[in-house]
Design a protein around this ligand. Sequence first.
Ligand code: WTA
Length: 650
Amino acid sequence: MTEEESHIESRMEGKDIYSPPEEFKEQANVNDPEIYKYAEENYEEFWADLAERLDWYEKWDEVLKWDPPHAEWFVNGKLNAAYNCVDRHVENGKGDKKALIWEGEPMDETKEYTFSELKDEVSKFANGLKELGVKKGDIVTFYLPMIPELAIGLLACARIGAPHSVVFGGFSPSALKERINDAESKFLVTADGYYRRGKVINMWENAEEALEGTSNVEKVIAVERIGRDDVEYEEGRDVVYEDLVKDQSKECEPEKMDAEDMLFLMYTSGTTGKPKGVVHTTGGYLTGTSATHNYVFDIKDDDIYWCTADIGWITGHSYIVYGPLANGTTTLMYEGAPDTPTKDRFWQIIEKYDVTKLYTAPTAIRLFMKWGREYPDKHDLSSLKVLGSVGEPINPKAWKWYHEVIGGGECPIVDTWWQTETGMMLITPLPGITDLKPGSATHPFPGLKADIYDAAGNSLEANQGGYLVIKRPWPSMLRTLYKEPERYVETYWSEYENDIYFAGDGARIDEDGYFWVVGRIDDVLNVAGHRLSTMEMESALVDHEAVAEAAVVGKPDEVKGQVPIAYVILESGREASDELASELRAHVGNIIGPIGKPAAVRFTRDLPKTRSGKIMRRILKKLEKGESAGDTSTLRNPDIVEEIREMVEE
Ligand code: WTA
């Protein structure tokens, strides 16, 4: 233990429960534990009240129609998400309040938009989209870096009823192509590049490469983030964002959308190689994200709220764009890396803007711990009031460091468990009520029912590990998988009864009713908070001509949580070498994107297999963790296990 850690440990001695400071509780928006009982007993009313926080053109006839596993929320209600995120705040006299603060990676490159300015920009872009032929129901794909046009673009789509599908900017051309094709998207919004660790990344080149493999895209909108001079636009297909929007009217009537109309599509990794197109709708999604954002971050009118996620992932959709803006909160977005130009960039941003609420991921916290407290200590972080964590389990050591070093021992930490599919936080503390245990996401959001089941569907006793399930529908739940309705039922609602949501995570509930989520139980990896499918990586590997067979498993990593390790059997005649290993890593990186690159490639003559030929990834995982392989008697080739262990230990 370093001196630093032992100092923190000694201050925390004997404490594994943290009550929010009395002062915090008193001023919190919700501080009455009765809310749990009320919501549990009056579930629909509870959500109806939260939906009333939004502006509706027409009220719903029914709060919830539950025909398991299909839910409709706020049936026949009509609203517009962009109107709720922008216009209504202007109409309520908050036009001059800052809506969006953007900080570029190059120092001192910033932009700010008030709610009125945001309304103008959103309307202009919306009119531009219409001019290009985008109609209600058309899916618009976004492949953009973290620049304001991304947030503006989502709202512009929402304004005209065109669902968006955002593909994370770090994904490769082939991942982008696959998602454009699956969505049959006719429109792509991309950029000429962006800054990452001081370098210019050529996003346009990637987009062009993806476009070569698609035939459905008719129009491409290019945001000139960098202003490169080597981009060759294609006449008739490509249009520069600035040119498109500059003469557009600032008036654009929002479409009256049905509560159940699709707001967006978001692809996420599943257990098979093909990504799942998670469908979110309008009324329930906006109700769920705005309500949880408000309660969990204890939102006040003067908050400066910063979520460090990328809008390319669900966290950015729900908690950079929709939740905060629906609440009229000032939301901050940052383009770049945490260590550019120096390792105190985050803390410098917090000090500069007096950020009050911070939402980040355990992997980032562990990285900051590794860099040392001298970086945060250089800055005044006393504006912070609530600290959030999301994306993976936060280990108690990182929790305590976050609490002590970043929060000065004063800020409640909200460890929020949720998924792309859930749309909103489902297991989370309420900072004015919940006593916190480091490492536990604590309790289901008021009204929700969650449990731990064994394989047979029995509810398990305290501290027994099993499968996390959700036993009530919630407003922002996914409605289906795009074009794969059977896969929706099969993946989430078929493990047990058809009204029990199977999350795919392992967890336990302790003797005090606290939830401890361990992580995925399927072949999905969580690498630095990014969800990646091992199947996708395996198919990328076997796509290389030297590879006969491959298996990818996760290995625990101190900073990233997990890293992918590739086991490769070569085609006969091919020889293992360091060069080939690098080539394979690069190959996977090209197919999936840099985040999918295996940390190591292990060449092996065979893989542990059952008699029926199934690869036992479980054994590989154990070996990677340095654990005993367990029972190998069912293997066809038990002798390979020792050989692999030696290789791993080397
Ligand atoms: C994991 C991100 C433990 C979990 C919002 C889940 C967590 C997957 C937590 C979803 C948390 C997310 N504690 N594990 N607080 N938050 N996870 O779809 O395994 O990118 O199933 O959504 O991340 O990842 P996704």
